[in-house]
Design a protein around this ligand. Structure first.
Ligand code: NDP
Length: 249
């Protein structure tokens, strides 16, 4: 129970990767805030699963793409619970399409959720971490931010942007013992990848040395390590969880 006494917030914690991150951090003893924007039943399910395992969690619904909602949501958390010690910027969306036909609104929505959301949540959470002189910020990027992908210029730009933001934040916050890192999943079985056809899945599998798509638990394990005291000397890094499909830095 290495996170006893810590409060964690996982954006997009109701389902998919975020849900497994919530479960894992709660098992490590953290009090876990489950953020979501629409799917309250998935978030309640996550809450009940944590409570069923003897953990402590609470719901924190707000839209990470809306800076005013982030500010008030984070204030509510600090008032009702503790200031956040561990922030996992996991909320993400895709709005795919070839660039020639991509609407500016599809670009904006992806940027607002995946990149600006991580900025505003981190900005709100870091004040409390700076006071406590301890913190963990973990940004969920993607293998697509490193490889690129036709049909995902918006998503690839947002995810690559997170890597640069992480490195700059790591430098700004290191003096207060706050580490900032990325986790970069490859293809993981969640709602986000559920619309892939069997042909596309097969083509993806062929590019993965370990021969299979990943599970949300695989990503949660990496987040758990970066949230733990064991990772205290690691900052500004990206931990790739992709079955070997990308092996660069
Ligand atoms: P899902 O589509 O399964 O879940 C997305 C989560 O994000 C949901 O909980 C959703 O909330 C939440 N969310 C979306 N928009 C907002 C918003 N504006 N405010 C707050 N919460 C929001 O995604 P995954 O679990 O697959 O992905 C999680 C993260 O991992 C994302 O950042 C994604 O880009 C990244 N990733 C995923 C990969 C994959 O293969 N699955 C690969 C690489 C990276 P609600 O339930 O209320 O809709």
């Amino acid at each position: 129970m290495t996170l006893t006494g810590k409060t964690a917030l996982v954006t997009g914690g109701g389902r998919g990767i975020g849900q497994q991150v919530c479960l894992r951090l709660a098992r490590m003893g953290a009090v876990v805030g489950i953020n979501y924007v629409r799917n309250s039943s998935a978030a309640e399910d996550t809450l009940n699963r944590i409570r069923g395992e003897g953990g402590t969690a609470f719901l924190a619904p707000f839209d990470v793409a809306d800076p005013a909602a982030v500010e008030s949501g984070m204030k509510d958390i600090a008032a009702a619970h503790e200031a956040v010690d561990i922030l996992v910027n996991n909320a993400g969306i895709t709005r795919d399409g070839l660039m020639a036909r991509m609407k500016t609104s599809d670009w904006d929505q992806v940027m607002d959720t995946n990149l600006k959301g991580a900025f505003t949540c981190s900005k709100a959470a870091m004040k409390g971490m700076m006071k406590k002189r301890w913190g963990r910020i973990i940004n969920m990027t993607s293998v697509i931010g490193f490889l690129g992908n036709a049909g995902q210029v918006n998503y690839a730009a947002a995810k690559a942007g997170l890597v640069g933001m992480t490195r700059a934040m790591a430098r700004e916050l290191a003096g207060r013992s706050i580490t900032v890192n990325c986790v970069a999943p490859g293809y993981i079985v969640t709602d986000m990848t559920s619309s892939l056809t069997e042909d596309i899945r097969e083509a993806i599998r062929a590019q993965i040395p370990l021969g299979t798509l990943g599970q949300p638990e695989d990503v949660a394990a990496a987040v758990a390590f970066l949230a733990s005291p064991d990772s205290g000397y690691i900052t500004g890094q990206t931990l790739h969880v992709n079955g070997g499909m990308y092996m660069g830095s």
